[in-house]
Design a protein around this ligand. Sequence first.
Ligand code: ADP
Ligand code: TRP
Length: 329
Amino acid sequence: MEIVASGIRSTGKLHLGNYFGAISNFVKMQHKNKCYFFIADYHTLTTHHNNKELHDNVRRVFVEYLAAGLDPEVANIYIQSDVPELCELYLLLNMSAYLGELERTTSFKDKARKQPDNVNAGLLTYPVLMAADILIHHAHKVPVGKDQEQNLEMTRKFVRRFNNMYGVKYFREPVAYNFGEELVKVPGLDGKGKMGKSENNGIFLSDDEKTIRKKVMSAVTDSGPQKPNSKMSEAVQNLFTILEIVSTNDTIEYFKEKYASCEIRYGDLKKQLAEDINKTIEPIREKIKEIDANNDFLIKTAKKGAEKARENAVNTIKEVREIIGIRNF
Ligand code: ADP
Ligand code: TRP
């Protein structure tokens, strides 16, 4: 049985990209592996500084994790900040993480560009905290979307460095994982790039049918194929990519043929897409309402998850201290 760990930052409602890039894999993996799924609220602090919102968002993501099918009876589901041992591992790993390599990560460069007035040390050492999240459990598989590959590469680098530095084979190099497939990238509805919270181009798991239809109907397209088998524009390709995720093979084939023969009507494609997205989301949406109303269940589940996660964390910290040479007299 493999150990699996992954998390999502608590920056608000989850969208289709989070679901198909990460959570649907969590759900599939939970029965065959020992899983630790958490809400990365410490990580959120690198960009987010509204304390009321932070709390509400952590609760929101927790509810949506459970609604999307994470089962607290089989997986350990917890909130990152409930495991303070992580901070110690983060500190210890920071001692062998170098400024140059941290500055070169794409996500750091992106964030530094987006928030030039708040280029804090937490932002710089984001991959170190992420490594601590994974290594505290000795996780091998890490289900994440494609955009997290570089962070995983950093974790592997820290593992090799730690093991070499102390002449041990203590930590294991983790791999990014997608259930039996390539890493998924769900595009947005604005014709460019990936679906993302801050991009304002997504569909949330809690969106109702009407909202989904409205968003999909106003997705960017183009003026249509001008000759048979012409190349798709990025915007139309994006709609097809989402169609491939949520629709049946027959539907996908139907619209591909219509496109190839220049008979496609984007209005029909969008209608079908909205319907199939709604079908995917509907049961999750209903569950969100149900779980949101059950505070006792949430409290109990978070407590149980934290206890399980801390069992590993305490043990890892004890062993790491010993390896590093932090010992009692
Ligand atoms: P966002 O981009 O909305 O801020 P996060 O960066 O918090 O989302 O990502 C949380 C998880 O969801 C990560 O595992 C990430 O790889 C995955 N993810 C986010 N957006 C997408 C997407 N459009 N396609 C695939 N996976 C995604
Ligand atoms: N960086 C991840 C994201 O933005 C969230 C995350 C934090 C994570 N710690 C992790 C993912 C550990 C996998 C493993 O989505």
